[in-house]
Write a protein that binds this ligand. Sequence first.
Ligand code: ATP
Length: 466
Amino acid sequence: MSAPNIETIVSLSKRRGFVFPASDIYGGLGSSWDYGPLGVELANNIKQSWWRWLVHERDDVEGLDSSIIQNRLVWKYSGHETTFSDPLVDCRTCKGRFREDKLRDVECPNEPGVCAGSGKECSLTEARQFNLMFRTTIGPVSSDDDPASLAYLRPETAQGIFINFKNVLDTSRRKLPFGIAQIGKSFRNEVTPGNFIFRTREFEQMEMEYFCRADDAARIHQEWIDDFWKWFESLGIKPENLKLYEQGPDELAHYAVRCVDILYKFFPEREEGQAQFDELMGIANRTDFDLKTHSKKPEDADGKRLNPDSTEDLSYFDPTTNERFYPYCIEPAAGVNRTVLAVLMDAYTEKTNDKGETRVILKLTPDLAPIKVAVLPLAKNKPEIVAMAKGLKKELLPSMRTVYDDTGGIGKLYARQDEIGTPFCVTVDHESLVDDAVTVRDRDTWEQERVKVAELKEYLLKRLYT
Ligand code: ATP
């Protein structure tokens, strides 16, 4: 089987209810997607895995959930109002509009394969900067041209963390090094959204700001790069589909001293090489820029970043050394949607059954699978079997997400569960009424085992989580 590409996943997602095109009954809305019943479970399981691993299992990270709409001054001092832009180019031939730095990734919407910077016909204008922040207005009497009511939807969750640094520090009584983690929606008016949920205008981020002393920053940065690589592997993402990318000096944001991206092979159908890979997450050493820029009149030698609007000094006092300084910050920033896509691509496999039919098996880790167990009656016209199967489902439900399905022959029911990644099917048959046992079928091997009903819950929990 060749590697599944994004199209394979789009078709599975629509067919089985992972992801649907947004506003579909009104003709859709370009590059917007809704998560269906299975997709929302998968995305939630990914977010929970991240939160558990980062906030609960470690002892140095606090959680936060800050507002999407903040005071406009946040975006003034973070630099987003002036610098959060992409270079926009227009093509005079096809009238297409593209992001100059991503030309290799796009196809001309009007004449595929002709323009988009790749063909002879292409005639691109000079690039101009296009600010990606979505604008909105606040209050019932606001008008679009009233600067006092102008606000933005956040383009990243990070700034909500920086402006709460002192609140978290004071209330948690943390000492350096420590982190603040946040998961939430971000919005960017992308010039060229596309490739399913890879690049959308509304998306979800899992970000952490890890504050430390400047001397420790380089070492801690490297540790987070290594740790996040391992976290992606724990989600079932294959290491051969991941790659590290060290940003060059001309690519680095002006405040960063080092940034390493973890790339995933989102585009296996492209010509072998770098173009097959694109960003899954970025891990940056942002220096002390952010805490300084949001601080009331920070003492900067160049004097350019004085902030007369902030009411707080976000510096840190170390009582053991009697020093006051602005901590450095390491930022691992991952996208929920891109992680969902990478997980689905690596879980997708095909297998041929005895009848020569191709079956899709979604080999999600048990932790991520939207449904853990399906209870299936072998004969739906036998009330005792149906009652026993429904009773088992009820018993298992509080410990693991379980569904009951009797809407087809057993082969069809198994195939349906394989395709959505359910690790185990439990079948109740005629024999079950006599021996009080059921058949447990493994999604990946299709092997079946007879298990006593009294031991079923423990058996499944052990196989799911150890
Ligand atoms: P790109 O270069 O692909 O535009 P970026 O470097 O601007 O991404 P960051 O600002 O580092 O992205 O955001 C962190 C993460 O958020 C990215 O690694 C990605 O997973 C996710 N992300 C960013 N923009 C989008 C988007 N438009 N749609 C979906 N996910 C996104």
